[in-house]
Design a binder for this molecule. Structure first.
Ligand code: HEC
Length: 714
């Protein structure tokens, strides 16, 4: 079988024809069939089950090479460093999309002509500009589109894009309310759509990755009134299951354990599957000794009441930012000849967990492993962690000297020297002061694009990164008292934006040249309230905020009085990190040998790989003959009854590709105006099949775009 540690050039495609999957089964085996019901794209991920599947087959293996651009829609909102990660939805001939500035537009699905547009934050660029799409609800008579921006949920009439005055406060609900914290101290956002169940919207959130951070409660809202219907505390309160996996009262001040990556819904059973991320602070947990339920957990909740039915925690007491990175997929897997309804969840570490949908029992064997302890003052890691024994991970798991880059002898020598100084004990290497390898890195392995599943063949498609990152803890300056702008910056901001303010775009933006992007008042608002994964800093006091502002915007270092932290503030931690650093060679290419990104097709009945190929290229390297290296890629693919697997996602080559879904053979490709870092949508309208993708780019320093491009047969 294919060895995932073999170097690129011996990488072989393994062809296991899916026909085999059905014909080799005992005769009484339940047969798979292609469902015919996936003909539009009415929700994020293609539908409630989030399997990125289309029943359409006008476009198939024989004619895909004739695909042509049908229309383009330019949102006009691309800007420096912007992204556009939206998976469009299509309802009754209308496509609903978001722009890099979070504007929502309804466009004709056959022509790309704009019908209406809605600006959630009028007159200025939103503080946090990430959106993976919108939600749609209808009862057959009325129809609404729900969007979120800066912690507000908006309800719009699907026909006109006007706010529905009957919803919440004149069409808006402040999602910062109801978390048991003062609203002005909550920084929260919803970047990925939740699910619509009956007359409820079920939503997760994106919160700060460092203190202060809001709790990641899962909440359901009434689609008509905007009233909160239920809430599930992912950081349990006294008396709730899991409370004892934290120090007493942690729920009052800590945050995270949030669902930022989307959900899946089993409508028939009334079950919602909700994956969560790490608890704040991501990399040092001295204030949260214990396993920290329900962080890094796949939750199965009763969609009507929010009650927990079962859960599985993948990482105990996470200190590696190992959030579950994508919405789960509701799949069927064959065991002993029977098809079982299951839920599959990918991880940043490159694993696939598959559970029985009702019981939560793992359908592949799991192994509990001893893991190394921490040597950091105050830290207490779990002694063991759990991994699935099958399928094999879809990304390499450990850096060794023999898999370092050999792109040039110089690159090899420099990364080898660096590696020898780092802590590198394989998966679960504890964070350290000298720097620890995290491989695959903070961005996977698996990422938010998420997998696709083919109910007809049982094949599960995952695109993955193979990048190493370096996690280094640094002590925080002892006190904030009698400080100045620069000291405050180092203590509070450098972990994410770097000592030099260059950040690691696009996740953590550069703070150079602020004046070109924002007014001072806008920067101040970001500092006070936070934005996306950035916490707010109003609690430091006015004098400190002014000093930070002067330092960041004008590079002036003025003295500041700061509000001394309460003497025993448990969130005032001793360590922070020295930034979000990828392990790269001196020319900026990955420190490991290729593949740097892969595409994988895994048979979920057996756990074996049907095929695996490198995915993406650096045009500059390809021009020198270094081809097929794979690259970082973000955004998912979709699989079709027409025998195809479509995906954009690659960061650098701007390609949109179609493969034979059974073999991984490339059948068609085109170049997009910017990289297609988003999941496409497929639909049929007026007898014609379309596939559309947002070309937003902006990843790894690639140019940004703001155009949706639709393709169809001539
Ligand atoms: C936990 C990580 C984190 C910390 C700590 C942090 N930031 Fe940020 N910051 C971010 C992220 C992420 C964004 C982008 C927000 C978005 O678009 O979602 C951001 C955005 C910004 C922006 C807007 C820049 C732009 O181009 O969008 C400014 C200004 C800023 N941060 C300043 C600061 C300052 C000053 C501090 C310290 C007081 C700080 N940040 C601390 C993560 C952080």
């Amino acid at each position: 079988m294919y060895n995932i540690c073999s170097p690129l050039f011996t990488m072989k495609r393994v062809f296991i024809l899916a026909l085999c999957i059905t014909c080799c089964q005992p005769s009484q085996a339940q047969k798979r069939s292609a469902p015919s019901t996936y003909k539009s794209w009415e929700a994020f991920g293609g539908g409630a089950e989030n399997i990125h599947y289309s029943s359409l087959k006008q476009i198939d293996r024989s004619n895909v090479s004739k695909l042509r651009m049908a229309w383009q829609f330019d949102t006009g909102d691309a800007g420096p460093g912007s992204e556009m990660q939206c998976n469009p939805i299509m309802v009754e001939g209308v496509l609903y999309i978001t722009s890099p500035k979070l504007r929502v537009a309804a466009v004709d699905a056959t022509t790309g002509r704009r019908i209406w547009s809605f600006e959630p934050i009028p007159g200025r660029v939103p503080r946090s500009r990430r959106s993976r799409g919108v939600m749609h609800w209808t009862d057959g008579k009325q129809s609404r589109i729900f969007v979120t921006a800066e912690g507000t949920l908006f309800s719009l009439y699907a026909k006109t894009g006007q706010l529905d005055d009957g919803f919440g406060n004149k069409g808006e609900v402040d999602l910062r309310e109801g978390l048991g914290r003062p609203v002005e101290r909550v920084n929260l956002n919803v970047t990925t759509p939740g699910v619509v169940f009956e007359d409820m919207l079920i939503l997760g959130s994106q919160v700060g990755e460092a203190h202060p951070s809001a709790p990641g409660d899962i909440r359901a809202y009434d689609v008509r009134t905007g009233k909160q219907r239920w809430t599930f505390h992912t950081i349990p309160r006294p008396g709730e299951f899991g409370y004892d996996t934290w120090p007493p009262n942690t729920w009052k001040h800590t945050g995270g354990a949030n669902n930022w990556a989307g959900m899946a819904l089993d409508r028939k059973r009334g079950l919602v599957f909700v994956p969560t991320g790490s608890a704040a602070f991501d990399f040092y947990g001295a204030d949260r000794h214990g396993d920290n339920l329900f962080s890094n957990t796949l939750l199965c909740l009763n969609a009507r009441t929010g009650e927990r039915k079962w859960h599985f925690q993948a990482i105990k007491h996470d200190v590696w930012d190992r959030d579950f990175p994508s919405a789960p997929s509701l799949v069927t897997v064959r065991r002993n000849g029977k098809l079982i309804d299951a839920v599959a969840q990918i991880t940043k570490s490159g694993h696939v967990f598959v559970f029985h949908r009702e019981t939560g029992e793992s359908l592949f064997p799991l192994q509990t492993r001893q893991v190394p302890p921490s040597t950091i003052d105050g830290e207490l890691l779990a002694r063991t962690q759990v991994v699935p024994l099958k399928p094999e991970p879809f990304s390499r798991q450990q850096i060794t000297e023999d898999i370092l880059t050999t792109r040039t002898p110089e690159a090899n020598r420099i990364v080898l020297e660096r590696l020898r100084k780092l802590r590198n004990d394989g998966p679960f290497t504890p964070p350290s002061l000298e720097g620890s390898i995290v491989f695959p890195g903070y961005d996977g392995g698996g990422e938010w694009g998420g997998p696709a599943f083919d109910p007809e063949t049982g094949l599960f498609y995952v695109n993955a990164n193979e990048m190493a990152w370096i996690l280094r803890l640094v002590p925080k300056a002892a006190s904030q008292a009698n400080s100045n702008g620069q000291r405050l910056y180092v203590r509070n901001c450098a972990a994410c934006h770097g000592d030099d303010g260059k950040g690691s775009p696009p996740q953590f933006p550069s703070l150079e040249n602020m004046q070109a992007k924002f007014t001072e008042a806008q920067v101040e608002e970001i500092l006070r309230k936070g934005a996306g994964r950035m916490p707010g800093f109003a609690h430091l006091g006015d004098s400190a905020v002014s000093a930070l502002l002067r330092y960041v915007v004008r590079k002036e270092n003025i003295a500041a009085k700061t509000v001394a932290p309460a003497s025993k503030d448990p969130t005032d931690l001793k360590y922070t990190i020295d930034g979000y650093n990828k392990f790269l060679d001196p020319d900026g290419y990955p420190a490991v040998a290729p593949p740097w990104g892969t595409l994988n097709a895994i048979n979920l009945d057996t756990g074996d790989y049907a095929w695996k190929i490198p995915f993406g290229e650096f045009p500059a390297l390809a021009a020198k003959g270094i081809k097929n290296t794979g690259t970082e890629n973000y955004g998912g693919g979709i699989v079709t009854a027409g025998g195809l697997f479509f995906i954009g996602a690659t960061n650098h080559d701007r390609k949109f590709r179609a493969y034979d879904k059974l073999t991984g053979k490339l059948l068609w490709e085109t170049t997009l105006p910017a990289s297609g870092n988003a999941t496409p949508a497929m639909y049929e309208w007026k007898g014609k099949q379309y596939i559309v993708i947002g070309a937003g780019g902006g990843k790894s320093g690639a140019p940004s775009g703001g155009t949706y491009v639709a393709f169809a047969l001539p």
